[in-house]
Design a protein around this ligand. Structure first.
Ligand code: 5GP
Length: 222
């Protein structure tokens, strides 16, 4: 059992730094993990490479993938399809690697339903203010986009209770290390050390983030 890889879902608010965390995790433990590359119908952003960031496909192609049962899960997010190709996930799990799916909440819930052993992690910045600052810090977003993302974050925060662990992303090294230790704990059945990281142990913190997100939203809208 010990050599079997885990299926790991990582979700989090836009601006929580998931992508950077995953890069760091793979840098530190290249042999342990495989990062699933999703298919999407959204257009590539500058710098996004085909087959690295995503497999960029047409809506027709995506719908054919659904019909042919080639996806483990898929969801629609802000007008586009996103889905996890099945073949890669199955192959990497069979090789003993833990496979990371960086997906949004609807997909995460489908994964939990299909694979009850999957580990679901929710990544957040230390507080809503930090989240807000990180979004603005990108310098690329208009006030409308920031507001839309905050609104989406507030909406997604309603689903955090479906996740197993909360990862507070303070520094990248520490966040990546925590994710690695949580996955190992799950793989080895050694979860008692991580009770404080469970979502159910962090309800006060989660409620605080929710309230802060909502008050930022109100501030933005008035
Ligand atoms: P973005 O367009 O910013 O790259 O991604 C939008 C959202 O879609 C993010 O929350 C991302 O995690 C999620 N996402 C990316 N790939 C998948 C996927 O294969 N399935 C699902 N359900 N969500 C995905």
């Amino acid at each position: 059992m010990e050599n079997r890889g885990k299926l790991v879902v990582v979700s989090g608010f836009s601006g929580a730094g998931k992508g950077t965390l995953m890069k760091e995790l793979l840098k530190q433990h290249r042999d342990d993990y495989a990062l699933s590359v999703s298919a999407t119908t959204r257009a590539p952003r500058p710098g996004e490479e085909e087959g690295v960031a995503y497999f960029f496909v047409s809506t027709e192609k995506f719908e054919a993938m659904i019909a042919d049962d080639e996806l483990v899960e898929y969801a629609q997010y802000v007008g586009n399809y996103y889905g996890t190709p099945k073949a890669y996930v199955e192959k990497q799990l069979a090789l003993g690697k833990s496979v990371i799916l960086e997906i949004e909440i609807q997909g995460a819930l489908k994964i939990k339903e299909k694979f009850p052993d999957a580990v679901l992690m929710f990544v957040t910045a230390p507080d809503a203010k930090e989240l807000y600052d990180r979004l603005i810090g990108r310098g690329t977003e208009t006030a409308d986009v920031i507001n839309a993302r905050l609104s989406r974050a507030a909406q997604e925060s309603a689903g955090i209770e479906s996740y197993d662990y909360l990862v507070v992303n303070d520094t990248v090294e520490q966040g990546a290390d925590l994710i690695h230790r949580l996955i190992n704990g799950e793989r080895l059945g050694n979860t008692d050390d991580f009770l404080q990281n469970r979502v159910s142990s962090n309800t006060d913190f989660i409620n605080q983030i929710r309230n802060e997100l909502n008050s930022f939203l109100k501030g933005e809208q008035s």
